[in-house]
Design a protein around this ligand. Structure first.
Ligand SMILES: Cc1ncc(COP(=O)(O)O)c(C=O)c1O
Length: 324
């Protein structure tokens, strides 16, 4: 794994590759007490061209830096971020699955590790990148549509809160809803906006899109949803495939009468929603177990590009090893 420490003496990060292992923390460390923690998630693939590639790492670098600023942490410079993920992939190259069989998931973490008892920012920080081989995110497999339920009890984030950052603190509160949904037979929940309980927000770990004819709508980046790298990419890809894509508040009622609904994220890639349940009413999209057509088309377009099986007109693929 890669580990770099920010120290107040130099006001900069310095570090390098170290063996994977535990982090030793002072019980008074800021992160354990007050939660200064932001993270990222990205994938390295073994591409069809025979090299190891990342996808738009500059986007993850920018999002981590924005989250760091929101939590009063010293942002990791973009060039250090890209160096760290690149070195982590090279050091773990043996663990990158064969093309199309999975990916090497990278988890950059920025933690306020320095001790402080009163509420305040940590005196020092650690930036860590570790890796793990992964397959499909949902248990049915990559292309199996998922059954979601609209969450009625809790909201995920509020306007002017921090839902738009990948802060660790945004994730534990979703577990109670996610676990209840799983117990009831769903894969996950869809959150509604905290102000009116009317508009779609996102899923616990992915963004959401609603399709009607050749028009695709997705909630705008208003600060309460995560600005997904996959979301941004699917907007551009869908437009290049001839769809009109509109970023605007989408009433959940529209999703219930849409042609199809799908989610996007680094972990889920593009995943069709097989059914959506709102206040006990279930809407089935397409045939059970079969991905809906627009989700499938965009899944193929995105994964073809990410694995270099097709062209990369946007220049999104970032080679980590040059061997062809
Ligand atoms: C809450 C949330 N929304 C959306 C996403 C999708 O973002 P991305 O496409 O950058 O993985 C994620 C995953 O990182 C997430 O945690």
């Amino acid at each position: 794994m890669y580990r770099a420490r920010w120290s107040p003496d130099t006001a900069s990060y310095s570090g390098g590759l170290v063996p994977y292992g535990p982090l030793s923390l002072d019980p008074a460390s800021q992160v354990l007490n007050y939660g200064q923690s932001v993270f990222e998630g990205m994938k390295a693939q073994r591409s069809a061209a025979g090299r190891l590639v990342l996808f738009r790492p500059d986007r993850n670098a920018a999002r981590l830096a924005a989250g760091a600023a929101r939590l009063s942490m010293p942002p990791v410079p973009a060039d250090l971020f890209v160096t760290a993920v690149t070195e982590a992939v090279r050091a773990n190259a043996a663990w990158v699955p064969p093309t199309g069989k999975g990916a090497l998931y990278l988890r950059p973490l920025l933690l306020g590790t320095g001790p402080i008892l009163g509420l305040g920012p940590a005196p020092y920080y650690d930036f860590v990148v570790f890796a793990s081989a992964v397959g499909a995110y949902f248990k049915g497999g990559q292309l199996t549509p998922i059954d979601l339920v609209v969450e009625e009890q809790f909201h995920r984030a509020a306007p002017r809160g921090m839902g738009g950052t990948k802060a660790a603190g945004n994730y534990s509160p979703v577990l109670v809803t996610q676990l209840a949904a799983k117990k009831a037979g769903f894969s996950d929940v869809v959150y509604l906006d905290a102000k009116t309980d009317t508009f779609l927000e996102e899923v616990s770990s992915c963004n959401i899109f609603v399709v009607k004819g050749k028009t695709i709508r997705t909630p705008p980046l208003s600060g309460s949803i995560l600005p997904g790298v996959t979301r941004a990419s699917i907007i551009d890809l869908a437009r290049s495939c001839g769809y009109e894509v509109i970023e605007e508040p989408v009433p959940v009622a529209d999703a219930m009468v849409a042609d199809e609904v799908f989610t996007t994220g680094t972990a889920v890639v593009v995943c069709a929603i097989g059914s959506l349940t709102l206040r006990g009413q279930k809407r089935q999209f397409g045939q059970p177990g079969v991905p809906t057509p627009v989700a499938l088309e965009l899944y193929k377009a995105l994964t073809g590009l990410q694995t270099e099986a097709g062209p990369d007109p946007f220049g999104w693929v970032f080679p980590v090893t040059e061997t062809k």
